[in-house]
Design a protein around this ligand. Structure first.
Ligand code: PGA
Length: 258
């Protein structure tokens, strides 16, 4: 089963409009001579306030090499939800992906599995692709509950999603202890956990659909780590935080995934 790799940059709460424009232009310039089919699917996720400027830059290159993602959304279509952004508002910028369930949203903003499930269903309904994050804390890893915790996150996030829709979601396995710490999860271990995620997906949606799901690794991915990560049987790309904030290092990661 060949799955097209994805390299996604999660810019988190960084970059105003000017900085966002500079960063996406740097990426665009560095990959302009690479054939689109040779590239992984390249995704950037700026802050909401930079979606417009990044969308414009992506559109002017007209090459379809870079796709836009938001970092979060709300599942209701409109109404009295101060401070929230709907999926249609994100779609208005021609975004194709929305990251949901990032551990920072779960831990700092108390997002529950139930909210993440509602978001996943609404994103799929709108024709966009959710990038659903999951991952264990260091404490859970030490207690030996990593696999059961992640299986539970996946089952809850996809509750009520049709098997054929499951095939099109993207999952990001991000051990929380590896995020922003410089400590990457050993590639073989990340692959083992990701195989477990695929087994859970097969239980939910059947093996054929599970084999189509792209499962990314995230957590201190760097230019030096990507080749070994991509060499694993079940790792289909990366969700990159820190190293996506500089065009040079992000492009090195893209190239490392080719
Ligand atoms: P990091 O972040 O690459 O800086 O560890 C990854 C993420 O949180 O998605």
């Amino acid at each position: 089963m060949s799955r097209r790799p994805i390299i996604a940059g999660n810019w988190k709460m960084h970059n105003n409009r000017e900085e966002s424009k500079k960063l996406v232009c740097g990426i665009k310039e560095a990959i302009k001579d690479i054939d689109k089919d040779a590239l992984p699917e390249v995704v950037v996720a700026p802050v909401f306030t930079s979606l417009g400027v990044v969308a414009d830059e992506i559109a002017t290159c007209g090459c379809g090499k870079i796709k836009l993602s938001a970092q979060n959304c709300y599942y209701e279509a409109k109404g009295a939800f101060t401070g929230e952004i709907s999926i249609d508002m994100i779609k208005d910028f021609d975004a194709k992906f929305i990251i949901i369930g990032h551990s920072e949203r779960r831990q700092i903003f108390s997002e529950t599995d139930e909210m993440i499930n509602k978001k996943a269903k609404a994103i799929i309904e709108a024709g966009l692709t959710p990038i659903i994050c999951c991952g264990e804390t260091l404490e859970q890893r030490e207690l030996g509950v990593t696999d059961s915790h992640i299986a539970s996150q996946i089952v809850k996030a996809l509750d009520g999603v049709a098997p054929t829709d499951v095939a099109n979601v993207v999952i990001a396995y991000e051990p929380i202890w590896a995020i922003g710490t410089g400590k990457t999860c050993d590639s073989a271990e990340a692959n083992r956990v990701i195989k477990g995620i695929r087994a859970t997906l097969a239980q939910i949606a059947g093996k054929e659909n599970a084999d189509k799901v792209r499962i990314l690794y995230g957590g201190s991915v760097k230019p030096e780590t990507i080749k070994e990560q991509m060499a694993q049987s079940d790792i289909d790309g990366a969700l990159v935080g820190g190293a996506s904030l500089k065009a040079d290092s992000f492009v090195e990661i893209i190239k490392g995934a080719m």
